[in-house]
Design a protein around this ligand. Structure first.
Ligand code: ADP
Ligand code: MG
Length: 323
């Protein structure tokens, strides 16, 4: 029988990689990174995934490794920061080599794709909890903030919204999806692709941005409050995947307006920048769709393609309010 895996063997075996950018990575009391250039700022964000809250027990460890980093990279994308380094704080009920191998595989595959390196962390026994802190770099003053939207701006969203919520509904038993729809939507929920390239391309083009994690309308609300503006959104213009477009109307609306876990970017830009937005989208190979406009009048007005005002009944996700 092999000896059980200890804390330090576990860190050495699964989470220690040679660092290229950092001066010192895993293994000492602190990691050491070179200070950014004088004209750069460091963007920092943490996001935690908790078993039973953000993922179900038994979830595929490779998908969890991917998602734990993806949701953090999405925050860097939202401000237009270039991924630089990250730390990983892990609580695990047991040191299971099979789980750890899968988790590390998913994690490092995405880390390599975005050229971000793991420089440290913490490991402890406890209910499964995955917390990553990412560091990114952005030229001074060029970060895309929630507070930059101005009346008259166009409102844009990347990709399609609602597939992750559609997948969740199936898993929660709210509805049943056919096999093909499951295949198309589970991947959006389990392996979101952070829009890092788009965030970078939108620097100097977008006025305000954020990533959609709580729901399209809820996150738009955060942006509107931060910018002290309102918006009119054309609900029919919100981009849906073919899988979502084939769903019954009420379900489609719920998923698109309140679905969050797709990690698309929501951003504003002046109408004069439409060509620049299209160029940024092309550069990032990411589709973008104009779904409304920013108004001076506070509040969110939802209309359909004919201009008819719709009820805005879909709240987003709030950990302390949503049951
Ligand atoms: P300390 O007790 O001094 O904080 P630890 O014993 O917790 O250090 O960790 C030893 C080294 O391993 C540190 O460099 C720490 O950053 C790193 N580390 C611990 N857990 C992880 C992890 N899950 N991923 C990456 N590095 C880790
Ligand atoms: Mg420690």
């Amino acid at each position: 029988m092999t000896a059980p895996l200890g804390e330090f063997d576990l860190i050495a075996r699964y989470f220690t990689r040679p660092v290229r950018r950092a001066a010192l990575g895993v293994g000492d009391d602190c990691a050491l990174l070179a200070a950014p250039a004088a004209n750069e700022q460091i963007a920092i964000s943490s996001d935690m995934l908790v078993e039973g809250r953000h993922f179900l027990p038994g979830a595929d460890p490779a998908a969890l490794g991917h998602k734990a980093l993806a949701v953090n990279l999405s925050d860097l994308a939202a401000v237009g920061a270039r991924p630089h380094a990250f730390t990983l704080a892990l609580a695990l009920p047991e040191a299971d080599p099979r789980w750890l191998e899968g988790f590390a595989r998913g994690l490092f595959a995405l880390a390599e794709a975005h050229d971000i390196e793991l420089v440290g962390g913490d490991t402890t026994r406890g209910p499964r909890n995955l917390c990553i802190t990412v560091l990114g770099l952005v030229p001074r003053g060029q970060a895309l903030l929630r507070s930059g939207a101005r009346p008259g701006d166009d409102l844009w969203v990347s990709g399609t919204v609602g597939d992750a919520r559609l997948a969740l509904g199936h898993r929660l038993g709210e509805w049943t999806l056919d096999a093909q729809t499951q295949a198309a939507t589970f991947v959006r929920m389990d392996r979101p692709e952070p829009r890092v390239a788009l965030g970078l391309a939108l620097r100097g083009v977008a006025q305000a941005a954020l990533d959609i994690s709580d729901g399209l309308l809820a996150d738009l609300g955060h942006l509107l409050r931060a910018s002290k503006v309102g918006a009119t959104v054309d609900a029919d213009a919100c981009p849906a995947s073919a899988a979502l477009a084939a769903q019954p109307l009420q379900r489609r609306r719920l998923c698109q307006r309140a679905g969050g876990d797709d990690y698309e970017l929501l951003f504003t830009a002046p109408p004069a920048a439409r060509n620049a937005v299209a160029a940024a989208a092309a550069q990032a190979a990411t589709a973008v769709t104009r779904i409304g406009r920013i108004d001076a009048e506070p509040g969110l007005r939802l209309i359909d393609a004919s201009g008819q005002v719709l009820d805005n009944v879909y709240a987003g996700f709030d950990h302390f309010r949503t049951p």
